[in-house]
Design a protein. Sequence first.
Length: 738
Amino acid sequence: MYADIIVDLSVKSIDRPYTYRIPEDLESRVTAGTPVTVPFGKGGRVIKGFVIGVHDKASISDDRIKDIVQVCAKSNEIEEKMLMLAAWMKEQFGSTMNEAIKCCLPVKDKVENKSVSTISSAVSKEELQKAFEEAVAKKRTARARLYEALIGKGEIGRTYALKELKVTAAILRDEEEKGMIRVTTVDEIRGPYKDITERDLPPQLTPGQKEITESIKRDLYEGIRSDYLIFGETGSGKTEIYMDIISECIASGKQAIMLIPEISLTYQTVSRFIRRFGARVSIMNSRLSQGERFDQYMRAKNGEADIMIGPRSALFAPFERLGLIVIDEEHENSYRSESSPAYHAREVALKRASIEGASVILGSATPSLESYSMAKAGRLKLFKLVGRTGNAVHPDVCLVDMREELKKKNRTMFSYALREQIEDRLARKEQIMLFLNRRGYSTSVSCRECGSVIKCPHCDVTMTLHRDGRMICHYCGYSTARPTVCPTCGSRYIGTFGAGTQRIEEELAKVWPQARILRMDSDSVRRKGSMDECLKTFERGEADILLGTQMIVKGHDFPNVTLVGILLADLSLYSPDFRSGERTFELIAQASGRAGRGTKKGMVVIQTYDPDNYAVISAAKRDYEGFFEEEMAYRIAMGYPPAGIMLAINMSSETEDVLEGFAGRFAKEVEMLFDDVTRFKVIGPAKAPLYKIKDVYHMVIYVKSCDGKGLRAMGDVLRQKAVACSCEGVKVEYCFNN
Ligand code: ADP
Ligand code: ZN
Ligand code: ZN
């Protein structure tokens, strides 16, 4: 018998299966998905690999085939279904098969079981009491302590006996042999949240929720496999819908995956699921130890859990009877993988579900353009969930034109309107959240008088200011000197936005010395311990103002917050990314959602230099549809996803001129390959948005096309070409639509 094996080396040139002979004694143990060790290369170094297929004939002559060394005992195997998914991911996202396999196997190595031993008495109460008295009399103090503890507690942990009672292992062994005590050892399942024992009953669903759950459940009963998008603002009751359908799903003997962005995987969120579903839930997140991850993963694999909750990687939970994948907050950027295979969880979920006959539910308050256009095209069934549960009301929204503030000689970060509101809340002892969008901060140049931003004339994206004072477009490489006057209105007030959270904190303290200010950004969180801690302080009312970046807008509920200030709403418009409008809309919508979560009416002040921008206006009006129409028109006009498909060829090297030389040569090859200009547009090479990271230089070539199949089909040819013109030390990676 022979096996096709993908060896564990992430080198593009060897990205193909190699044939090995299966020694007779291993035949029963080697199937598709088995991890094995094999000799590889000229030196015959033994490395790991995964079997992707087994057959009884080999296509090359027998004397050239080597034997599999061993089944790799310390590695997990990968399910055959997941191999299919990996094969698809390799094609779809242009990675190697090895990278795809590793991605589909989120817990690779086995971790030894953790066992716990408990000690109980093996004799009657009277005998134990007698033994205790004897031990005291004979001054056998360690034994006396042991008996005393057993009399008092009935049962004690072995670790407790050793560490706290200071009874030696030898004594315990002796006592066990004498038949005084009994030691029982069981494997402990490692994982968080074991302390949650209370259980919630599902609430009575509102008519709006019911309509959705019943429609989806009807499909499930009738065996109609379908995918859904639930569009409803934060707090509208989507999670209750997910839980209702998940419970239906597991009742019918299937299993479910619940994806939640890492940042929202808080104690509060996860415990809600555990209180509903108890021990049937398995958890994954980045804070778990290796042992915890392994145990949680194995519970899913062994069928001891029916629900896997986690971030992106939970998508690859090894369920055998998958019935449902839910992706909450599907618009979140953290669902996008940055490393190869550069996939988006949404795409992989839809594929995995279709392979395994499961359904996908996407949920969002601000659906991605991808999902909403799929819904409009009928690929997803769309449900809208309107209104909030409870009696909270929408906040008032006030849009402030910061150019007017400048005319009124106000050069601070706080408009007069915002100042007034802050005064008012401080006086009323209500809480305030101030939000600074840091994306693109201080790398773009804009005019404070007319609000225009320096954009690339060829790409319609914001140009980035570099240290040497030149402006560069990271899409096409176009560059120009930094202007000293605004090209639109001639004003001299042109420059970068340069206010970080720290400076704003200082300014706040100057204007309102009495206010208690809490700053939350990646620096302060690292310094003061956890983010949860900071949020709890605010929740307890120990601060008046919470100032922060992105991280404070996510889903936290503070009923006493009645004012949200977005200090610069349009900063994300200026980041060099075709999705910046979408991000701006999303951030304003979410930040606004933080105001007035309680019964008091809230207010949102949005400060902007660009009050005419459609993303800002439609977000202020809560007009998603309007935003979608405009944004989609822009994407169509520019051929950006989801209207077209975009391939990014990322090239990196430690040597700048080697990289430049390669990028130039390779771009020519790419141009030749995609010479059909009616279908493909090759852009670049250009420096990547992050040109130099840790002494490695990055350049990028983009290929835009409306013909996704045609573009992806070129993947293999492209890889060969890259190998052909490659030189030492240049790494090439492919990435679709990121
Ligand atoms: P979303 O997931 O859309 O943010 P949730 O499902 O978390 O919304 O609901 C917001 C709040 O309203 C939660 O505290 C939830 O327990 C409560 N809630 C949702 N639906 C109901 C219902 N039908 N009856 C009572 N409370 C509900
Ligand atoms: Zn201007
Ligand atoms: Zn450009």
